[in-house]
Design a protein around this ligand. Structure first.
Ligand SMILES: [Zn+2]
Length: 131
């Protein structure tokens, strides 16, 4: 925890997803705008934007597909083909956000994240748990 180079402490997203994130600003209470909309719509009990609830459905589906492949991991690491994920209905255009870490770009769902194993050849992905 003390290894963080940012002066801001990590915090838990206020939308209810329990993602821990590194805030970029002092007043950032949501992981990103999708989470902000989700939290806002729930908090204010407004009618939900149909587009954003579709996005959330895709994220939940992506998340359960990532979990499925994560649980099939061999030798401690889950490295399936992207095409296998897509065959299961994975939508790689949708994530709750992405973040650069150790030279790789990770794409986040609620509980799982993934990155491409190679930037040139986006055939295989590596799946990790968010927390
Ligand atoms: Zn959230």
């Amino acid at each position: 925890m003390n290894k963080s180079i940012s002066p801001l402490k990590k915090r838990i997203c206020k939308c209810g997803c329990e993602i821990e994130f590194q805030p970029r600003r002092k007043d950032q209470i949501y992981f990103d705008t999708i989470h902000a909309n989700h939290g806002y719509n729930h908090g204010k009990r407004k009618e939900r934007d149909p587009n954003s609830s579709t996005v959330i459905k895709h994220i939940r589906k992506n998340d359960s597909i990532l979990r499925f492949f994560y649980e099939q991991k061999v030798g401690g690491e889950a490295k399936p083909r992207l095409s296998s994920l897509k065959d299961a209905g994975f939508n790689s255009a949708i994530s709750v956000g992405n973040m650069e870490k150790d030279g790789r770009r990770y794409y986040f769902m609620y509980n799982y994240k993934y990155c491409f194993l190679s930037t040139e050849n986006k055939e295989y992905v590596k799946i990790e748990k968010v927390k």
